[in-house]
Design a protein around this ligand. Structure first.
Ligand code: 5GP
Ligand code: MN
Length: 328
């Protein structure tokens, strides 16, 4: 049988004595769940593991076991670098160093169709969550999964499937979740925390987003300025769930939340109805993601970023022109 990407990657992974495991910028439950689930499990095998992320762990995800270990730490001589849930180098943020990433073996484990395969070994699978891939990897290697690791992995699956509600939720996700629950992972506590818990700043941020929302046929778009975000001490995670909520409004096929950063760049979070693929749009604009959940970073100001985005989105929502009656 031909060796699969997973097996090639796992052979190198389990042969290492030390690893730096990196989660993506503005971390969510899946990247943290995958990093922690993998890191804790590798450590139980005797490997030295350091966990890194360029941005802080959001308050609502600090319940994840060992979350405090995830720090903006630089490469410190580990044998390999493992990136989880990261589709391209930009998502590593300030921890990316071209020289180090071209000399140390980089193992990429990810589930984004837009993944650029920037590692020496790349395993990219079409499953709803990277955490599900980590579970598969550990099971294939007969690694005993602790309650802490199971909790992290279940949080990742619940986060990316919005508790099994996204259109890509597969039987494999439900089976993985059931196995993790059997290991003791508290499904209800994880789901309510990951999906419902938000920083206090979310109230002011969502209010502003609703006020600024603009609609046109099939599209809803809203903007959040950096001066406003600073004035309410907004956390990065204050907009979590906002683009999904907007996409649920009647008649909306695509939602977009544009958030201006302090450096003037604009972070875009998009969601779409199942018949519309916004991963393509995000990729055309230098970002990436999934067909129904994608994002990118655009140049500011907010007004020109909005126009640039709308120019890409409008053709996707245009209804086909009525077919003219054939005259015989
Ligand atoms: P969210 O809207 O929840 O921040 O992100 C939705 C999806 O799009 C996630 O899978 C995330 O990894 C991806 N994504 C969001 N922003 C970016 C970006 O700037 N670049 C890339 N490559 N992917 C992004
Ligand atoms: Mn993910």
């Amino acid at each position: 049988m031909a060796t699969s990407d997973r097996d090639r990657l796992s052979d190198r992974l389990f042969a290492a004595k030390s690893a730096l495991v990196i989660a993506h910028i503005m971390p969510d439950a899946d990247t943290l769940g995958a990093a922690l689930g993998l890191g804790l499990s590798l450590r139980s095998l005797g490997m030295t593991v350091h966990l890194a992320c360029a941005d802080p762990v959001p308050t609502e995800l600090r319940f994840l076991p060992s979350a405090q270990e995830v720090q903006p730490r630089l490469y410190a001589g580990e044998e390999i670098i493992v990136t989880v849930d990261i589709s391209d180098q930009q998502r590593i943020g300030m921890l990316y160093d071209e020289k180090i990433f071209s000399t140390v073996p980089v193992l990429v484990i990810d589930h984004h169709i837009t993944n650029t395969r920037f590692g020496a070994l790349n395993w990219v699978a079409e499953v709803p969550a990277t955490s599900e891939m980590i579970l598969e990897l550990l099971q294939a290697h007969n690694v005993t999964i602790s309650l802490d690791a199971a909790t992290c992995l279940l949080a990742g699956i619940i986060g990316d499937t919005q508790c099994f509600l996204t259109s890509n939720t597969s039987p494999s996700s439900l089976i993985a979740a059931a196995q993790l629950q059997e290991l003791g992972a508290p499904l209800r506590e994880i789901a309510t925390t990951v999906l419902n818990r938000r920083p206090t700043s979310a109230l002011a941020v969502w209010r502003e987003a609703f006020i600024n929302a603009c609609q046109e046929p099939g599209i809803i778009l809203t903007t959040l300025g950096s001066a406003f975000l600073r004035s309410v001490s907004a956390d990065d995670s204050s907009t979590n769930g906002l683009s999904s909520w907007l996409a649920g409004l009647d008649g909306v096929l695509i939602s977009a939340v544009l958030r201006e950063a302090d450096d003037g760049s604009v972070d875009v979070s998009m969601r779409s109805a199942p018949e519309i693929n916004i991963a393509v749009v995000a990729q055309n604009l230098g970002g990436g993601g999934h067909p129904q959940a994608a994002g990118c970073v655009l140049a500011g100001p907010l007004s020109s970023a909005s126009e640039r985005l709308l120019a890409e989105l409008r053709p996707l929502t245009a209804r086909p022109a009525p077919v003219e009656e054939l005259v015989h």
